[in-house]
Design a protein around this ligand. Structure first.
Ligand SMILES: Cc1cc2nc3c(=O)[nH]c(=O)nc-3n(C[C@H](O)[C@H](O)[C@H](O)COP(=O)(O)OP(=O)(O)OC[C@H]3O[C@@H](n4cnc5c(N)ncnc54)[C@H](O)[C@@H]3O)c2cc1C
Length: 379
C-alpha cells in the first residue's frame, strides 16, 4: 500500500502530526522503533500545552505552581505562579497516550526502525528493520528526534548545537521530601557550567538532572556533584541520558518532506524546553502537509509560520543564555533578578502560553536598572 504520509518517529511531534493527518482523512503511517520507548526527559509541560492538546488529568502527575531557583552561593528565590502551573508527565505514559490518539484517529502505528529512505520523483520508499516490507509514501515527516535518520537520509542541513543531558530517577527519601510539591532549578557552575540542573517531582519518584554542551564537560561528573550537593545518599533506580538539539536547523522543509520537533532542532535555548515545540510543530507541519496535498500549497508555509510565531522566544532565550550562563558571578546576578515580581510575572506568562508578553515601559526600565545593578554588584 502507498500512504499519503509516512511519519517517522512516534514521540510527541510525530504522534501529534499523525493524529492531525489521519483526522483530515489522509492515509498515514506512524513508524516508531520502540513502542515501549522511555524517552529520557524531565516531562515538564506548560498549562497552555495541556489545554491545547486536551491532555487528560490522570496523565498530569503533578500540577506545580511553586518554583524556586538556586544560585551558586546557595541563595534560593521562591516563586508562585498565580495563574497557572507546570504539569509533570511521565514520558512512557504520555507518548503512548499520544500514539493511541493517532491510532484512534485512523493512523496505522507500526513498530520498526527506519534504516534507509529512497526517493523517486513521486514517492519515498522507506526501508525498515525486522525483515518488514518497505513502506511507500508520497510525503514524509521526520519526527525521529535529535539524531534524525530522516534528516540524514534526505540531506537536510546539520543539527549543530547539542546539549547532552542526564537524568536520574530517585524514590522519595528524607533529602527529597522538601521537593515533593516544588520545581527547583539550580544555576550553579558546579552542577552545569553552561546550562542548569533541575529537580522535578512526580507521584512516586523525583527526576533530577543536568545538562552541558556536548563534548565540553563530563555530564556524569556534573550529575554526581549535583546529587551530592542536594544531599542524596540513596541510589537512583534509573539513569537516563540523551541529546537536546537547542538550535533550529537552517532549514527544515523540502518539496515533499519536513522535519518536526527535535529532528528540526526545535528546543528553546536556556531552558531546553522541547515538548511544547515538538507538539506545535507536529500540528503545524501536518496542517501544511494537508494544504499541500489538497491545494498544492508549498510546505515552506510550515517553517515560515513556526518561525513567525516562535523566533522571538528562541531569540530572547538565546540572549539570556549567552549573557547569564557564563560564570557563577553572572548566575548569581540572574537569580537575584528573579526576585523581582515583574520579572516573575513576565517569565510565567511567556512560559505558560508561549507568547512574548511585552511589559509596560516603566516596568522594562525598572528591570533594566535592576539588571545593571545586579550585574555591577555581582550578586
Ligand atoms: C534529559 C532530558 C530532559 C528533558 N526535559 C524536558 C522537559 O522537562 N520539558 C520539555 O519540554 N522538554 C524536555 N526535554 C526535551 C524533550 O524531551 C524533547 O524536546 C521532546 O521529546 C521532542 O519530541 P520529539 O517527538 O520531537 O522527539 P523524541 O521525543 O525524541 O521522539 C523521537 C522518536 O523517534 C523514534 N525514532 C528515532 N529514530 C528512529 C528510526 N530510525 N526509526 C523509527 N523511529 C525512530 C524514537 O524512538 C522516539 O520515540 C528533555 C530532554 C532530555 C534529553
Amino acid at each position: 500500500m502507498r500512504y499519503d504520509v509516512a511519519v517517522i518517529g512516534g514521540g510527541p511531534s510525530g504522534a501529534v502530526a499523525a493524529a492531525e493527518l489521519a483526522k483530515a482523512g489522509l492515509s498515514t503511517i506512524l513508524i516508531e522503533r520502540h513502542l515501549s520507548n522511555v524517552k529520557p526527559c524531565g516531562g515538564a509541560i506548560p498549562l497552555g500545552l495541556i489545554e491545547e492538546f486536551a491532555i487528560p488529568d490522570p496523565l498530569v502527575e503533578k500540577k506545580l505552581s511553586k518554583m524556586s531557583v538556586r544560585s551558586p552561593k546557595g541563595r534560593t528565590i521562591s516563586m508562585r505562579m498565580p495563574n497557572g502551573y507546570v504539569g509533570m508527565v511521565r514520558r512512557e505514559r504520555f507518548d503512548s497516550w499520544l500514539r493511541d490518539e493517532a491510532a484512534k484517529a485512523g493512523a496505522t502505528v507500526t513498530e520498526a526502525l527506519v534504516r534507509k529512505i529512497d526517493r523517486s520523483s513521486d514517492r519515498f520508499t522507506i526501508h525498515l528493520s525486522k525483515d518488514l516490507p518497505p513502506v511507500e509514501a508520497s510525503y514524509v515527516i521526520g519526527a525521529d528526534g535529535a539524531n534524525s535518520k530522516t534528516a540524514d537520509e534526505l540531506g537536510f542541513p546539520k543539527n549543530d548545537l547539542k546539549v547532552i543531558a542526564m537524568q536520574q530517577r530517585f524514590h522519595y527519601c528524607d533529602a527529597l521530601k522538601p521537593y515533593e510539591e516544588l520545581v527547583e532549578i539550580w544555576f550553579d557552575g558546579e552542577v552545569s557550567p553552561d546550562f542548569y540542573g533541575w529537580i522535578f517531582p512526580k507521584t512516586d519518584h523525583i527526576a533530577i538532572g543536568t545538562g552541558t554542551e556536548e563534548h565540553r564537560h563530563n555530564v556524569k561528573h556534573l550529575q554526581r556533584r549535583f546529587v551530592e550537593k542536594i544531599g542524596i545518599t540513596e541510589k537512583p533506580y534509573l539513569d537516563e541520558a540523551a541529546k537536546i538539539p537547542m538550535k533550529p536547523r537552517r532549514s527544515f522543509t523540502q518539496e515533499r518532506a519536513i522535519l518536526v520537533g527535535d529532528a528540526a532542532g526545535l528546543v528553546t535555548p536556556a531552558n531546553g524546553e522541547g515538548i511544547f515545540f515538538a507538539m506545535r510543530s507536529g500540528k503545524l507541519g501536518a496542517q501544511a502537509m494537508i494544504d499541500r496535498i489538497r491545494y498544492q500549497k508549498p510546505l515552506s508555509a510550515y517553517e515560515k509560520k513556526f518561525r513567525n510565531l516562535y523566533s522571538p522566544i528562541f531569540f530572547g532565550l538565546q540572549a539570556l543564555q549567552s549573557v547569564y550562563y557564563k560564570t557563577d558571578r553572572l548566575r548569581e546576578s540572574f537569580v537575584a533578578i528573579c526576585e523581582d515580581r515583574d520579572v516573575q510575572e513576565i517569565t510565567f506568562d511567556s512560559y505558560l502560553y508561549k507568547k512574548m508578553v511585552p511589559a509596560p515601559w516603566s516596568v522594562q526600565m525598572k528591570i533594566m536598572a535592576k539588571n545593571i545593578y545586579h550585574l555591577a554588584k555581582g550578586s
